[in-house]
Design a protein around this ligand. Structure first.
Ligand SMILES: [Zn+2]
Length: 562
């Protein structure tokens, strides 16, 4: 049973408490110093916190901040409306919250009787500043985001009644609801009251460390090695859906066909599939069908008995047998010779291998992951690939997208690789320069993730300790020879890969200055003579001239000047 609530009282008494003392740079709310702060500025603080200390710590930190604001306002309530009804007096909090610009509050239910241990509060929130800023920065959410507001409600109400009353945001506009809704109860009336209350305790370093340790243990148990997961970093749509397909396949025994250009990371996908599957404790074996001569590949795959071919002095198991219980990756499958294709098909159908020169069938339990960068359907048309084998392998195709389709992932990948190679080469670098990042984002990446990886490892090696990795460290093949390598990023952000040479920026600069060849020659000679302190032989060496050649030019210069 609930009686309808009276409307909120006029807030004129509260508005009178706000005083702008602009001459001395202060704003007062009944003796408390206030700030008129840009919501966007607080929003950017929030965003940086999220990025620096993470979602959970930011949430609790902001809840505690709101809590202390609510606590301060509670002190005003009895002072300002000491002889009003309980509802009017309590309404100071919601009304100040509105006045302070945080949110619009509509009380939906308010019942209290401290002597009977009764409290129930239900409030509707509209126009929460936290919803606005959070959704703008991070998009729609699955969990409520009005952390400071919630802390305020909890802090205000707890201080007002002198009892621990906790609010929960039961629906939030950030999650797609039409408005936010909060409910307040005594801590002991919430089934999870103890956890809720813990949010208001300062994060102790000790607890943090314990949690971290727990997380590490969980990760060690569940996650494949970091290096296998690293390249699966990425948020772009095409990549996420490929990873999603991979995860779904991991729990099954299905044969997976990975397609995609050279360097997109097909082997990493295969390793991740293995690591995520229940075969993870068994071997992962990879074979590159293009890297072995055709006459060797059969014995490599299926093994050979002693004397099976010239020079085979001992029996040896093939990759299928070595991968027993685990995963076998057949990379560049399109290169597999036709006779081996038919044997592979039989193995896939029967789960049995026969070594070369042997007669004993051996049962193997292997999940096959095939990978190719050629169009196998086209290879079937040309008679280079067996159609029945393609059918057999093409049950579960996953296309790994090229890097140029994942432009938004480039920076994340680059940062990850920078860290990895800095550790590998034991270097501490300042990071990427803005120009370098710009160039990375705009490169076409024909060699995909592998190209990016090579380029960043080279950049890490070339950059001095503590320095920024700059464009010319990443793309040293660009214009520039001799002393200073020069590269430019055009207005569109593309690298000026000006073909032939001597530093496009320098050339642009000279052309812009409209220097004649004679003037340029004079400047060069002058500079060389100056740098050599007038020693003509030394100056000639700097210019790649003989001493007589330089003397001749110097004489000519003084004749011209005369
Ligand atoms: Zn909300």
């Amino acid at each position: 049973m609930s009686t309808p609530l009276p409307p909120l009282p006029s807030d004129a008494d509260l508005r009178r408490l706000v005083q702008f003392s602009s001459s001395d740079g202060r704003i007062w709310l009944a003796g408390q110093r206030m700030l008129l702060l840009h919501a966007a500025a607080l929003g950017s603080l929030r965003r940086e916190l999220m990025e620096d200390i993470g979602h959970e710590k930011t949430r609790r930190l902001l809840m505690r901040t709101g809590y202390s604001a609510g606590e301060s306002d509670a002190a005003l309530a009895r002072k300002v409306r000491g002889d009003a009804s309980m509802f009017s007096m309590f309404s100071v909090g919601p009304q100040l919250h509105m006045l302070e610009g945080a949110v619009q509050v509509t009380p939906l239910a308010f019942q209290e009787d401290m002597s009977k241990n009764l409290f129930k509060g239900l409030f509707r929130w509209d126009h929460s500043w936290e919803v606005e800023t959070h959704v703008r920065d991070f998009g729609p959410q699955s969990q409520p985001v009005c952390w400071m507001l919630l802390g305020y409600a909890t802090g205000y109400t707890s201080a007002f009644f002198g009892r621990r009353i906790l609010f929960k945001e039961t629906q939030c506009q950030a999650c797609g609801h039409s408005h936010c809704l909060i409910e307040g109860r005594f801590r002991e009336d919430w089934p999870d009251g103890e956890d809720m209350e813990a949010d208001y305790k300062p994060d102790s370093t000790l607890i943090e460390l314990q949690n971290l340790q727990k997380q590490v243990e969980v990760m060690r148990d569940k996650q494949p090695p970091v290096d296998d997961m690293g390249p699966l970093l990425g948020r772009s749509k095409s990549f996420v859906s490929a990873v999603d397909l991979l995860r779904k396949a991991a729990g099954t025994q299905v044969t997976v066909l990975l397609t995609g250009e050279t360097g997109v990371g097909k082997e990493r996908f295969a390793r991740a599939l293995h690591a995520l599957s229940d075969r993870a404790s068994h071997p992962f074996v990879a074979i590159n069908c293009a890297a072995l001569p055709p006459d060797l590949i059969e014995s490599e795959l299926f093994g050979a008995e002693k004397g099976a071919y010239t020079g085979s002095s001992a029996a040896r198991p093939g990759r299928f047998e070595r991968a027993d219980g685990g995963t076998l990756m057949l990379d560049e499958l399109g290169e597999l010779p036709l006779p081996v294709q038919s044997k592979l098909l039989r193995v896939l159908q029967d789960g049995v291998v026969e070594r070369l020169g042997g007669t004993v069938p051996r049962r193997v339990n292997v999940r096959v992951v095939a990978a190719t960068n050629v169009d196998l359907a086209a290879a079937v048309e040309k008679g280079q690939f067996r159609q029945d084998l393609l059918y057999r392998l093409n049950v579960y195709p996953i296309r790994v997208p090229p890097l140029r389709e994942r432009a938004e992932d480039i920076e994340t990948l680059a940062q990850h690789m920078l860290q990895k190679f800095s550790e590998r080469h034991n270097k501490s670098l300042a990071g990427f320069s803005d120009r370098a990042l710009e160039a990375l984002r705009n490169h076409a990446w024909p060699g995909n993730v592998r190209e990016l990886e090579n380029l960043i490892e080279r950049g890490v090696i070339l950059t001095g300790p503590g320095e920024w990795v700059d464009v010319e460290r990443l793309f040293p093949a660009l214009p520039g020879s001799g002393a200073e390598a020069l590269a430019t990023v055009s207005k569109s952000g593309r690298l000026a890969a000006g073909g032939s040479g001597q530093g496009q920026a320098l050339l642009n600069d000279l052309m812009d200055r409209k220097l004649s060849i004679n003037a340029l020659e004079r400047l060069l000679i002058q500079e060389a003579v100056d740098r050599s302190n007038g020693n003509i032989s030394a100056a000639a060496r700097l210019l790649g001239l003989t001493r007589p050649q330089l003397s001749y030019r110097l004489n000519k210069m003084s004749d011209d000047n005369a």
